[in-house]
Design a protein around this ligand. Sequence first.
Ligand SMILES: Cc1cc2nc3c(=O)[nH]c(=O)nc-3n(C[C@H](O)[C@H](O)[C@H](O)COP(=O)(O)OP(=O)(O)OC[C@H]3O[C@@H](n4cnc5c(N)ncnc54)[C@H](O)[C@@H]3O)c2cc1C
Length: 380
Amino acid sequence: MSSPAVSGTVDILVVGAGPVGLLSSFLTTNLGLKVLAIDKSDGPLKLGRADAMNARTLQLLQTLQSGIFDELYPQGLICNTSSTFKDGQFASRQSKWWEALAGCEHRHFLMLGQPYVEDILDRRLQELENPVQRHTTVTRIWTSSDDTAVFATLLHNDGEEEIIQAKYLIGADGSHSFVRKALDIAFEGEGIDMTWAVIDCETETTFPNVPEIINFQVETSDVARIPREGKINRYYVHMDSRDFTTEDAIAKIERALQPHPIKFTRIEWASQFTVQERIAKQFVWKNRVFLAGDAGHVHSVNGGQGLNTGLMDAFNLSWKIYLHAQGLANDMILQSYEQERRPVAQTVIETAGKLVRATKYARGLAPGTFFADSSTECRD
Ligand SMILES: Cc1cc2nc3c(=O)[nH]c(=O)nc-3n(C[C@H](O)[C@H](O)[C@H](O)COP(=O)(O)OP(=O)(O)OC[C@H]3O[C@@H](n4cnc5c(N)ncnc54)[C@H](O)[C@@H]3O)c2cc1C
């Protein structure tokens, strides 16, 4: 299409306002670019999904000096230790994951749910008078004939359509990314046949309530307990099939904690996931469209890297687009996003994949296998 009827022009159109789209929008708006962030949802995430920020994410948020780190940090739980219980007996404990990390003041996980991250970033965009345009879906994407502009058709909840012209488009629209599919970018990789239950809950138990990640290794299942902010704990339970109930998962948790009894007093969020390991064939398309976060790469949640890797994509990309938009850098700076982030994403996929396979195939051989390796951070 050569001369579309454009209703608005921006520097960056950000498709998707999950954590990655929100951070990209915040950073680039703060730099003075004209940014439009859209999302089909009615607001930030309320419950569930990612549960931890790693040392590198904390470092980057801290360097922003935006108050975001200062608000989030006291709300989270500090955790730098992982222990393994095998058949009811203490087997091992380790907390040395962090020693190789250079330049980080906070060498630990900050256990804090993804909703906290989305909420503060969403509020910051409102304070910058650039709120996310919600109830809005992108339905078509194309570039100008000389590839200097990108156009998108937006569909609003009331059925109205409009066309936005942007210099750049960030596809931060999650693992089922419309942007990636619209540009026919392959999502290479595989799904592996493992299903996990995930339960955020409050419980009463005689098992010690310590701020450690606990891996329970028993004959019937792999179960991990993740300490969280407030009174919440998260349980991950390796299930035998996709077809299970929350009660089935709870039965496995009860078995794993024996001889300690456990009573579930409140279930805040219960869900399941099957493991996908995929990476987009291209992160950068015509130096105009960029895939970030889950739109570009997905992997097992083992290791707690999904949210973290996506936020680091946003950090890596935002200042590069800014310099390019200002004419202060050429296309090579945009290409460097792909050159730098692809190896990181690939390493995260491999590391998380090793962790999740260890839970299934090498139970008892690799202590602390659920969440215990954050070495991929060192690549960032
Ligand atoms: C059940 C579950 C548990 C998880 N647990 C963990 C964990 O413990 N640790 C961890 O690190 N990670 C975890 N993750 C992964 C983590 O949640 C993701 O890595 C993270 O949310 C990725 O952020 P994102 O912004 O890239 O994508 P998303 O959070 O998926 O956000 C994408 C946004 O795009 C919007 N959108 C989609 N399509 C369109 C469209 N066409 N138009 C407009 N808007 C659109 C969506 O509404 C959404 O708001 C978990 C994920 C799931 C599903």
